[in-house]
Design a protein. Structure first.
Length: 147
């Protein structure tokens, strides 16, 4: 299956939000996505990539480049919302998307790449393990900020 990857454009947002709402069981509104994209579109450290098959967006990944002052961490990337439409899975698209993400991370001088994934996405985890990711010993903690 022929797939091409490129950075997301504003016109891609509806297809990306539809994909992510399906793959990750989310409910992000198009209004919210457009407003957030407009606010951060010029930030070179916030990168959205899309995978396209037959002029249709079938895959997506968000790359955040984190610059630190810490020698051990240095510069690293975090991947999230790594997803492929269900009917396009098992064709190597996720692996090719990870290749693209790693190429971008190298272009930003990243020393490591981390990936966030929900515990229930066990099939995706198998892909990540096969790609060479290891599960770290640290947990991912979160706490909502009262608004």
């Amino acid at each position: 299956m022929e797939v091409t990857f490129r950075k997301m454009k504003r016109k891609d947002i509806p297809a990306v939000i539809t994909l992510c709402n399906e793959v990750f069981n989310e409910n992000t509104s198009l209004e919210y996505a457009n407003k957030t994209y407009k606010k951060h579109r010029k930030d070179p450290n916030q990168i959205y990539i899309v995978g396209i098959v037959d002029d249709k967006i079938v895959a997506h990944c968000k790359i955040s480049i984190i610059q630190t002052i810490y020698e051990k961490m240095n510069v690293y990337a975090i991947l999230n919302h790594v997803g492929v439409k269900e009917e396009y899975r098992r064709h190597g698209i996720a692996t090719k998307m990870l290749d693209t993400a790693f190429k971008i991370a190298k272009e930003h001088d990243c020393k490591t790449v981390e990936l966030w994934s929900n515990n229930v996405r066990t099939a995706a985890h198998a892909c990540y393990y096969n790609y060479g990711f290891k599960l770290d010993d640290a947990g991912f903690f979160s706490k909502s900020i009262d608004q």
